[in-house]
Design a protein around this ligand. Structure first.
Ligand SMILES: N[C@@H](CCC(=O)N[C@@H](CS)C(=O)NCC(=O)O)C(=O)O
Length: 222
């Protein structure tokens, strides 16, 4: 059996959980309190970060991008980076958009400030950063709606790694009640579809100790 080390509101770890489930790969999820710096965990990943995946044969993989590419190559039966070379480039463009641009402009300013700092004992959230995160998210929700006016899923006609990546960032923000869904119906309809997939269920069951989710977090008809 595979072992997968993760944290509740880590978008990159959530992404790997979704990929494993979408590909029908069983795993044993383990919460790793990275701030404890366990020597056994540091030996698996000297960066002391989740996600870390241990394959059934004992091979260890770390770093979200490395793991996502590995899973796509090792288990190609249900591709999440599908299609011809241009389609695959479009999926990767949007994966980069959410893991880099969205992460820098929104997730880091809200999830890391409000939850990450608290768990890692790094002090109070920076109110200027949070203000920027709340302002920036509208642009990204508008962009999702723009894409949804033209496509069935974010990167094209099929569900892909782009949908997974965007949805995992938004799911962390949604847990905190930080997604202004009102006025962003196009993005909300897309997220409701992704959230209804069976692979998403375990994410909706996550509960961060001491931080309750917003009421609609696990409501499929929100
Ligand atoms: N580049 C890494 C980043 C992973 C990452 O930032 N993980 C966070 C959780 S979202 C973490 O474990 N942080 C621990 C720390 O900073 O001490 C990846 O993609 O895997």
């Amino acid at each position: 059996m595979r072992t997968f080390f993760h944290l509740w509101l880590s978008p990159v770890a959530r992404k790997i959980r979704l990929i494993l489930r979408e590909k029908g790969l069983d795993f044993d999820p383990v919460i790793e309190r990275v701030w404890e710096r366990r020597p056994e965990f540091m030996a698996l990943n000297p960066a002391a970060e989740v996600p870390v995946l241990i394959e059934a044969d004992g091979r260890v993989l770390s770093d979200g991008t490395a793991i996502q590419e590995y899973l796509e190559e090792a288990y190609p039966d249900k591709p999440l980076i599908y299609g011809d070379v241009h389609q695959r480039a479009e999926i990767r463009r949007l994966v980069g958009w959410f893991d880099q641009k969205f992460n820098r402009e929104v997730t880091a300013n809200l999830v890391e400030e409000k939850v990450g700092k608290r768990l890692l004992g790094q002090g109070q959230p920076n109110s200027q950063a949070m203000k920027a995160g709340y302002a920036n998210i509208h642009y990204h929700l508008d962009y999702i709606a723009y894409l949804m006016d033209r496509r069935r899923y974010l990167a094209g006609e099929e569900f892909s790694l782009a949908d997974i990546t965007a949805a995992t960032h938004l799911s962390c923000l949604d847990y905190l009640g930080d997604v202004p869904w009102e006025g962003h119906e196009g993005a909300r309809d897309w997220y409701a579809r992704v959230k209804s997939r069976p692979s998403f269920r375990p994410l909706l069951a996550d509960r961060v100790p001491g931080i309750a989710p917003v009421q609609h977090y696990d409501d499929l008809d929100f």
